[in-house]
Design a binder for this molecule. Structure first.
Ligand SMILES: [Ca+2]
Ligand SMILES: [Ca+2]
Ligand SMILES: [Cu+2]
Length: 329
């Protein structure tokens, strides 16, 4: 199996080169990091088979084609179910999404509600609220997509969402243990390599990389596999449920786990958050809002758990096609 996955499928294979996708050769790699946040630990060896991956996050134009073909309505465009939000005034359960708004001055970093606002009628069509459009952002990543929206798109496109292991393997671009997807230096030769946040989050955005919000896909150099925007721009959904640490059994095991998946979720009993009962999936890659003083997560090992029905102005996704899965089926 590993022999097949390390060779790029050629024209004689059943699956021809999918449009705008990059072949990611399978292999074994060190997943995670010991040097940053606890949820990235422990570093453990993981193997993945080769797969095709979208060369950039799904754009507004691409998502529009899906919606026009199917009539799909995203989670943000539907009114939340009062049963899912006990204790919340049903009048407040209106369609909308979380939009980042930059405070005008320095604020405490303790309460993220200072910069995240639930904006009624914000959606992928209206990323800043009803008055905004994506007309001049057709090549920006789609945002305000919840997990099931990403999954619905992938299904329509005949693709899948990557597992966390596949996503991280792809992001590393063939580099072993590098801090960033391009190497160990944040801005080699002074050149910005990704759309992140420069300045003091959340009130001061110096825009040294040229962008305050999302950027057109492909505005920064590709990684070693030819994939754009793996770091920064928007967080990307993966199919794994979030655990606060990588599973221990993977280091104890005598053989290297192959594309491990977390297919069930642990409810966080201690959490006081109103959405603690909602399953969380892993998002990867960081976004244009990641800044060293708050969230140094524009790195391949970085990960966060996001409630499956949450949509925001900084989370998008990209898809993959598994060659071996389709050959086996
Ligand atoms: Ca930026
Ligand atoms: Ca990204
Ligand atoms: Cu971040």
């Amino acid at each position: 199996m590993s022999e097949t996955s390390t060779t790029r499928p050629n024209a004689t294979d059943r699956i021809s080169t999918p449009h705008d996708m990059i072949w990611v050769p399978g292999g074994t790699f060190q997943m995670g990091s010991e040097d940053f946040y606890p949820e990235e630990r422990p570093v453990h060896r993981v193997a993945v088979d080769g797969f095709w991956m979208d060369e950039h996050p799904v754009t507004n134009a691409e998502f529009r084609r899906f919606v026009e073909a199917t009539g799909y309505i995203t989670v943000a465009e539907r009114a939340p179910d009062p049963k899912e939000y006990p204790g919340v005034d049903p009048d407040c359960l209106v369609p909308g999404s979380l939009v980042f708004r930059r405070p005008p001055h320095r604020v405490s970093l303790k309460d993220h509600r200072v910069w995240w606002t639930y904006v009624p009628d914000a959606s992928w069509r209206h990323p800043e609220g009803p008055a905004s459009t994506t007309d001049d952002q057709k090549d920006h990543p789609v945002v305000h997509v919840a997990y099931e929206d990403a999954e619905a798109y992938a299904y329509w496109a005949g693709k899948s969402l990557p597992t966390e292991a596949e996503w991280e393997f792809a992001a590393r671009g063939g580099l072993e243990n590098a801090v960033f997807v391009w190497g160990n230096e944040f801005a080699p030769g002074g050149g910005m390599m990704a759309n992140t946040w420069q300045g003091e989050f959340p009130w001061q955005n110096l825009k040294s990389d040229g962008y305050e919000g999302t950027s057109p896909v492909g505005s920064f150099p590709a990684n070693g596999y030819g994939l754009y925007d793996m770091a920064g721009n928007v967080w990307e959904w993966t199919s794994d449920f979030f655990r606060a640490r990588h599973a221990e059994e993977s280091i104890k095991s005598c053989c290297t786990p192959r594309n491990p998946r977390v297919e069930s979720y642990e409810q966080n009993q201690n959490s006081h958050l109103p959405d603690a009962h909602i399953p969380r999936k892993v998002v990867k890659g960081g976004s244009h809002l990641c800044a060293p003083n708050y969230c140094l997560r524009y790195r391949p090992a970085a990960r966060q758990g996001e409630a499956v029905e949450t949509s925001t102005s900084h989370i998008g996704f990209r898809c993959i096609v598994r060659v071996l899965d389709s050959e086996l089926s």
